[in-house]
Design a protein around this ligand. Structure first.
Ligand code: ZN
Length: 317
């Protein structure tokens, strides 16, 4: 088996206020709150998952919500911005929506022929909406605060800021199977070969004079790429270990299984399996309604619930 990566599975960032994060991503951006979980390494803090109607891989943005977390510093060795795809005729809708919600958003010059809206979330995380004709691999959520015709279509991709892009490009191209599809100045656009899902794009931004960033609130903690199943993940693990990467054992994240390693530019990469998915422990209709804990934390549920701040999920008006 000689698999290639088909795109992003999820992006995980850090937030400092759980309620404010829900208000922004569900209330303003119209994502579905697909899982209310805790950080397995620190069960006294939330791990929120947002996505399309079912949390399809390639649409999932997750947050470690650490109240009072200090702010990160933007720089190299970091994700510059996760980007969501929006329908090409939705640019005006989104500009208006940001204005109504008093979120400064700028329309940057078109990038590779596509309009780009750029804004920051309440913790300072830069996010882009890219007007793109691709709408593969996502399922709209009817109860979104955003009308279905303007909803986010899952990830377009991510931009990674790097001091030098070559080694990261080599990993993505020679090992993951990505292709260099376009280049403009210091931006190198790579795409996964598959047309099947969302999140196929990785832009490498080469910034030899940039200074290294610091990952904290308002920055991306890691990005995850997709593996079809456990068997394919083990193939990936072996290939990466053979290349000299220091790869973790497979870790059970309940809704997917994960391996992690640091890519040559300094960003933490994960490879996560598509199955079992978010309907493992609650029905599609009930996603996100209740705090979900893995079996080993259930015995301490009451203590965990006591410590976690109460939150309210914004609803469609
Ligand atoms: Zn992850």
């Amino acid at each position: 088996m000689n698999p290639s990566i088909t795109g992003l599975h999820h992006v995980t960032a850090i937030a400092s206020d759980p309620q404010r994060t829900l208000d922004f991503y569900v209330g303003l951006l119209g994502l579905r709150f697909v899982k209310r979980a805790v950080n397995f390494d620190d069960p006294t803090s939330y791990h929120f998952y947002f996505g399309d109607a079912r949390g399809t891989p390639g649409t999932i943005l997750t947050f470690f919500a650490w109240p009072g977390a200090r702010r990160g510093i933007r720089g190299t060795g970091q994700i510059e911005a996760p980007a969501f795809a929006i329908p090409p005729n939705s640019v005006g809708y989104w500009l208006n929506r940001f204005k109504e919600h008093h979120v400064p958003a700028e329309k940057t010059p078109a990038r590779f022929g596509e309009d780009v809206l750029r804004f920051v979330d309440p913790d300072g995380l830069a996010i882009e909406l890219i007007a793109s004709i691709s709408s593969a691999g996502f399922e709209p959520w009817a109860d979104s605060t955003v009308p279905v015709e303007h909803s986010l279509h899952g990830f377009h991709g991510v931009s990674i800021a790097l001091e030098g892009y070559e080694q990261t490009a080599t990993l993505l191209i020679e090992t993951f199977g990505y292709r260099l599809v376009e280049q403009l100045n210091n931006r190198f656009r790579l795409a996964a070969p598959s047309e099947a899902g969302a999140g196929r794009i990785v832009d490498l931004l080469c910034r030899p004079d940039g200074s290294p960033g610091r990952v904290a609130a308002g920055s991306v903690h890691h990005i995850a790429f997709r593996a079809r199943d456990d068997a394919e993940q083990l193939v990936w693990r072996k290939r990466l270990v053979d290349l000299g990467y220091n790869v973790t054992p497979v870790i059970d994240r309940t809704y997917f299984h994960s391996i992690y390693f640091r890519e040559p530019g300094g960003v933490l990469f994960e490879i996560a399996t598509d199955p079992p998915g978010f309907t493992l422990d609650e029905s599609l209709e009930e996603l996100g309604n209740q705090l979900r804990l893995p079996p080993w934390l259930e015995p301490t549920r009451s203590q965990i619930e006591e410590v976690l701040p109460a939150v309210k999920v914004p609803a469609k008006q």
